[in-house]
Write a protein that binds this ligand. Structure first.
Ligand SMILES: Nc1ncnc2c1ncn2[C@@H]1O[C@H](COP(=O)(O)OP(=O)(O)OP(=O)(O)O)[C@@H](O)[C@H]1O
Length: 308
């Protein structure tokens, strides 16, 4: 395992921020850490990055214990916090050179390393621009380049897409895919990011400091036995909605212009039965099938009732 936590707990005074958290992320995997504000994502990431001490349990990066061997952890890990500091009077190049220096990269290697990193994050054209003048999306990409200066095997990215517009999110996602292609092991957090579904090999859902679901996107949704489905009909929406609501297997019915999205609890046989009922009731069904699962929907379904 490249990233691992064992019975990790953290208390801030009276606040129990993390409780018995067990995470394990294999080499080369991208793990999405999903949870609402205050769930404990940043706390976990800070502990793994050696910037915060846990109350109980252990955490490891590349086999190094964060408490016993913090130097080795920092050499193996790139950590991107959820906010970008203010850097007056530093250009993108100077900024990366500063961090390369901090990681003791020999001076003669720094300029080619910095040029390569800027290229990787599509910022070569902004090499001499002041960091404070860059857009948020560009600053996030520069932040990503910064955590790569020492070529770490593991990356921890705390909500890298927050505050970005859709285009900037896509750009960031493409870079993260490239990093995955380079064999990096990545822990990435989000509170609402459907885009993570495509990016992540596995996800963990955290709520109030506890991991409440973990596995592949598919497994996590299957575990709950609830599938996101779509139904399209030619008119007859009211009857269809009534029948779905009466079936006892449909949760979170949402009506769109030309159909419904539902969360269905049951197996394939039960899906077929529901379709038969719709047709027997004379409802002209145009489409009835699984919707492309996205993390936002799954998150709502999984956390339903947990926080009460
Ligand atoms: N320094 C601190 N002192 C006291 N309580 C804290 C501190 N940092 C975090 N907390 C509390 O610990 C809990 C977990 O916070 P954490 O920042 O880890 O959550 P998060 O999942 O990263 O949330 P967000 O999505 O808002 O970043 C919250 O209840 C938070 O209020």
């Amino acid at each position: 395992m490249v990233i691992e936590t064992l019975h990790l707990s953290k208390r801030y005074g009276n606040v129990q921020a993390l409780t018995d958290l067990n995470l394990s992320i294999e080499a080369g995997k991208v793990f999405g850490f999903i949870g609402p504000n205050g769930a404990g994502k940043s706390t976990t990431m800070l502990i793994l990055s050696t910037l915060l001490e846990q109350t109980e349990g252990d955490a490891f990066v590349c086999g190094y214990n964060v408490r016993k061997n913090p130097e080795a952890v920092r050499q193996s890990l790139g950590y991107m916090p959820d906010f970008f500091g203010v850097y007056d009077n530093l250009t993108a190049v100077e900024y990366l050179e500063f961090y390369a220096g901090a990681f003791k990269i020999p001076a003669r290697k720094r300029s080619s390393l910095v040029a390569d990193l800027l290229e990787l994050v599509n910022l070569s054209h902004k090499a001499d621009a002041y960091v404070d003048s860059l857009s948020r999306g560009m600053q996030q990409r520069l932040g990503l380049a910064r955590c790569l200066v020492h070529d770490p095997s593991a990356l921890i990215l705390d909500e890298p897409a927050s505050g970005l517009d859709p285009r900037a999110r896509i750009e960031l996602r493409e870079i993260i895919k490239q990093l995955r292609g380079m064999g990096k092991t990545i822990l990435i957090s989000s509170h609402i990011l459907p885009e993570l579904a495509e990016l992540c090999d596995e996800i963990g859902v955290i709520e109030r400091g506890r991991l409440i679901a973990c596995g592949s996107v598919h497994e996590v949704s299957k575990d709950r036995g609830r599938t996101l489905m779509e139904l399209k009909t030619l008119g007859h929406e009211e009857e269809a909605a009534h029948l779905l609501n009466q079936s006892g297997r449909v949760f979170q019915l949402e009506e769109y212009v030309d159909g419904f999205q539902i969360r269905f609890e049951g197996n394939e046989q039960q899906k077929a039965e529901l379709l038969q009922q719709l047709i027997a009731a004379g409802i002209p069904v145009v489409f009835f099938g699984d919707a492309k699962e996205n993390l936002e929907d799954m998150f709502l379904a999984i956390t339903e009732g947990v926080s009460g």
